[in-house]
Unconditional design. Sequence first.
Length: 678
Amino acid sequence: MKNENNELRELSVGELLVSSNMSFQVPIYQRNYAWQKDEITALVQDVYDALEQNKSGVYYIGTLVTHTIRENEFEVIDGQQRLTTILILLCALDIKVAPNKLTFKARPKSNFTMQLLANGDVNRLETDDVDKGIRRGYKFVVDAINDVLQEKDKTEEVKLKKRFAQYLQDNVHIIHYRVPQDIDLNHYFEVMNSRGEQLEKHEIVKAELMSQFVNDPHKSSFFAEVWESCSRMNSYVQSTLLHAKLLFGEHLDNFVSTSSDDMWRRVEAEYNDDSINAPLSIAECLSKKSWVKEDNKSDLADRFQPIIDFPNFLLIVLKVVQMKSTGFSAQSFKLDDKELLTEFDNANVNAGDFCYYLLKAKYLLDNYIVHHSNEEETENSNPWKLQLLHRENATEVYPVNISDDKSVQLELVHLLSMFEVSFTPRQRKNYLFYIMLYLMPQEHIDVEAYLDFLRKLSRCYFENIYLEQENLTSRNLPAPGAFDSAILQNGSLNLKIASPKSACTFDSIFGDGIVISKGIPLFVFNYTDYCIWKLYADMVRGSKSETDRQLFFNRLGCKDFGLDAFDKFYFSRTRRSLEHYYAQAFIYSDKNPLTAEQINCFGNYAMIGSEANSAGSNWSPHTKIEHYLDKSGKISLVSVASLKMMVMMNICEQNNQWRFEDITSHQKKMLNILFPAT
């Protein structure tokens, strides 16, 4: 994504502050330098981490907004704190910068202090004539540099410091936005003050893309409308887009545009030729607040907790778009907002096409992917919603389930929420990319076919990733690139099982009590819970047969403890803590009959909430039954309502003990559910 617009330039730190003849002045109305230890340490650590992780790549450090005074002289509007810190860092690394590179209007102490640093005369910083904030900042910078160099011998320290200095100059980049000289600065300051912060990376991407519409006011206006609407991650895109009916039909529940060209034809037909007659500047694009509908009380019921933030969602959309590009490497693409500018810079993005894919992807995210309601998680209410926004008439707009079949609807919710609670971090949502890749080409979504896709995707995750040793690290976590290598083939989805797995494969990777487990990922437990629930749904739910019910609990290996746990089951975001049902604290007890190998295996593990685990990690199996099944509410039943955990507690209660024989028997029963043919 290259931009030749003179307003916006990408420069390395060296180009901006070392080798160029540019100079910067901080106006009197800007506050004094005020960064503290935490902010300075974070900046130095981030640059060092970037050096260690990607020695040849570009690391974006933020934006600098200036107003041109005269050629190569700029007044700093936004970014003074970061700019000052970078200059202090350059001086601390003995990199030569011009004494007048950064000056402060009407602040002689600040100017004198920066000159001392530029000249390397740091011994004079202890005088009373210096800016105490800048002096303090220099000390924090030196401390931060020493922290990243700690435990290095002298020779290695000198080499690393030199590499760090070179990386800072060459690979750390800043986006320099030069506000046009003819802009109304009072209006611009009003915008900046209302924002209260520098430009975000996704706003830079927006400005870059909109520069492609420099001579097309209709397209630039509509693009800004779509971008702002899609950035509202906690509401349906149909409820905020001004032109919703045009693109989502009379009832707002169908994406009617069949292609990018079709969408733009509809937009051009809608706009009045005289409604917008001039292209928009970057400042206007970033500041205009009337692109989308304002919140009103009737819309509040349509709000929800988003499962992903906007920058990482942009990366998922970009990756979907890039899959069509010749030579594109999906495994090299990083779904991490730290790499947002890099990935867009590497892509040859057509803004018109990206606008279409972004809008469709947001529609799919809001309507065909689960979101979490704003309710508190309770035992009796599943917080996960999977609903289309539907407009009945001019005043009635409400969400409706995507399937009229309750069984289909519930299984879709379980599968989608299973993926979400397993991959909560915003940079680990590969599953969301695969779902988007599946849904995006479809004009009309067959819900039952979608359910079949999710079943296959979850099984492919389980067998092709978590049961393939070559796709796992030494701790049994997915290795870098493992997801794409297992799911994609020749640029398309491939959900075939590479080679059918068995319970023996599972034991060989995750342990069986003879060899200690190296770790069992969260997804494996969540997928087990899904398979238990699915067995219940297929065998018992809706059936009045006592035989079916008895056979079901026999399959689980425990007594009949009722069906409420299965009827009310949902995947909770709180259940992320690994619980040893037979506690590790007993391993070294004189009365302990179990070994570390026997305790650390799948049959003795379950996932519960961290609060419950913290309270009862050292309780005996019987004590856990008394507390975890207590109806008093002292411990949330949501935290311990993992179906596997419920089965384990009922086996213990039934047998009045929890021996290694119970652990191995339970593990075998669970594996028979995971591998029903074996």
